[in-house]
Each structure stands twice: as C-alpha cells, then as structure tokens.
Design a protein around this ligand. Structure first.
Ligand SMILES: [Ca+2]
Length: 79
C-alpha cells in the first residue's frame, strides 16, 4: 500500500506585503521623492517615470534636476 507523496502546493505567499513601503531619496526633504530612474514634478511637463508633488527641499544633491532655477526648492509653486 502506497501513500501518495504530499504535494507541495501549500506554498506560503505571505510576508511580501510589508515590504512595499516607499523608499524616499535622501537628497530631498519636504516630500517623499521616490527612488527611481528619473523623477519629475507632478503637474509639470516631465516625462517621469516617477513624479513628486512639491515643494521639495534639496538637502543633498539634486540628482533628478528638479530644481530648475537653483534656489534649493524644487517643484515649488509658481509665484
Ligand atoms: Ca526651484
């Protein structure tokens, strides 16, 4: 009499949901600038693929060139 081998169908898919927290770029403060290949200002004419809603304050290097006028504040509202 043979016992059927227990099929390993009970694969646990748990544990992945908690790792979905957004990573924010440390070069910017005031808003969460996502870590992406390129980030543009939401509502602007950038092509993404990621966007951030300003204002964003540059505390490091403006690696995404969000601060076009170089005053240290990116994606600021037009005055
Ligand atoms: Ca600016």
């Amino acid at each position: 009499m043979h016992r059927l081998p227990a099929l390993a169908l009970a694969v646990l898919l748990s544990g992945s949901a908690a790792a979905m927290a957004q990573e924010c770029d440390p070069n910017y403060q005031g808003a969460c600038v996502p870590v992406a290949s390129d980030v543009d200002c939401a509502g602007g004419n950038g092509n993404g693929p990621a966007y951030v809603q300003g204002p964003v304050y540059i505390v490091g290097e403006d690696i995404y060139e969000l601060d076009r006028d170089g005053d240290g504040v990116a994606c600021e509202k037009k005055k």
